[in-house]
Design a protein around this ligand. Structure first.
Ligand SMILES: NC(=O)c1ccc[n+]([C@@H]2O[C@H](COP(=O)([O-])OP(=O)(O)OC[C@H]3O[C@@H](n4cnc5c(N)ncnc54)[C@H](O)[C@@H]3O)[C@@H](O)[C@H]2O)c1
Length: 341
């Protein structure tokens, strides 16, 4: 099997690549190295084993066409993207070009030159808008839905909010439509929070890593200035450890006959759900520190609650997450302590 990973030097891409390289598969990585840290991940992957790296930009149709014609991959994990909602508000056109145009470029090239290739696309929970229909109970530390006890499944209405939600949602729908209309083997994963090592978190994206870093910096300097959070800190996400994301991508490739043309909500599930305030409580206890933060207004269209109901993925892909957040957070603290150092 030959695997192509677009955005292969990013957080999720480099973790998937490492697993494939270690098990001896043929791997091609495509990346424009736009994300700070991607060059570091590429060097790290080179220390693991052999693979091919192609520098190119998904927005450029000739880069993508040439890639698909030359490589003829069996499986494509399409992870290259503009990844932050906040950045999409600053530059909606750039966000559109990377996420929508980049994805159609890939679909067209696959349709014309590698129609048997499977594509798994990393979409987002943002395709469901702010989920205002959820009836939420507010406690001291979190929001919890009165119904939807297993989380949100794929029957939730699509509602694209923010340029990032629109661009991820458009690409998500194009992926599914190329399965319907052109018979391509496409699968869509709607993710919320993926966390773990090799993520270069920022204030805009990668909140678990970002707040772990704030905690480590507080440990190093208890008098440091307070950091900021958006909203009241009770917003809940389910945490998917990157090792479980990797196993999910591999499961989709393995079960493509069931996965093709399907969208899946993929996350850590109810048992791995957490609010910001709950993460802070864990970090305070784990590192024996006090955390000081200032509250900013809510981010535009931020969901107060999103937890993926993994039942469909469990049924069709025979997949479920294995890493609990206690274990997973240790890997982030270890990774972030290297970034802080
Ligand atoms: N990490 C999460 O929590 C999360 C959640 C939901 C969805 N996703 C989606 O999963 C995918 C991977 O996310 P990630 O966290 O690994 O992001 P990342 O930013 O770490 O990796 C993305 C990679 O794509 C590359 N890239 C960006 N624009 C490109 C372009 N025009 N052409 C070629 N390469 C380009 C970047 O250099 C980077 O290496 C993204 O599509 C993201 O939207 C991630």
């Amino acid at each position: 099997m030959k695997y192509l990973i677009t955005g292969g030097c990013g957080f999720v891409g480099s973790n998937v690549a490492a697993t494939l390289i270690e098990r001896g598969d043929q791997v091609v990585l495509f990346d424009n190295m736009a994300r700070a840290g991607s060059a570091v991940n590429l060097e790290w992957l080179r220390s693991i084993g052999s693979f091919q790296f192609v520098h190119g930009d998904a927005r450029n149709s000739s880069d993508i066409t040439q890639l698909i014609r030359q490589q003829s991959p069996d499986v494509i994990f399409h992870l290259a993207g503009q990844v932050a909602m906040t950045t999409s508000m600053q530059s909606p056109l750039k966000d559109f070009e990377i996420n929508v145009l980049g994805s159609i470029n890939l679909l067209e090239a696959v349709k014309d030159f590698a129609p048997e290739a499977a594509i798994v696309y990393a979409s987002s929970n943002k395709v469901y808008g702010n989920l205002a229909l959820l009836d939420l109970i507010e406690s001291d530390t979190r929001y919890t839905p009165r119904e939807n006890k297993n989380g949100v499944d794929e029957s939730a209405p699509l509602e694209f909010h923010t340029p990032y939600g629109c661009s991820k949602g458009a690409a998500d729908q194009y992926m599914l439509d190329y399965a319907r209309g052109f018979g391509l083997k496409t699968t869509v994963f709607r993710h919320s929070t993926i966390y773990g090592g090799r993520q270069f978190s920022t204030l805009d994206q990668g909140w678990v890593g970002w707040f772990c870093r704030q905690a480590l910096e507080t440990l190093a300097d208890p008098a440091r200035a307070p950091f900021t959070i958006s909203g009241d800190g009770k917003q809940v996400r389910d945490l998917l450890h990157v090792s479980d994301a990797v196993s999910c991508y591999l499961a989709a490739a393995e079960h493509m006959s069931e996965a093709r043309g399907q969208a899946f909500n993929i996350g850590g599930g109810v048992e791995n759900s957490m609010s910001l305030l709950e993460l802070f409580a864990l970090l305070r206890q784990r590192l024996a520190i006090d955390l000081h933060y200032l509250k900013l207004p809510w981010r535009h269209s931020d969901q107060k609650y999103f937890v993926a109901d993994n039942a469909k993925a469990n049924r069709l892909l025979r997949w479920k997450p294995q890493t609990g957040y206690t274990e997973g957070l240790e890997t982030v603290l270890e990774w972030e302590s290297k970034v802080v150092a």
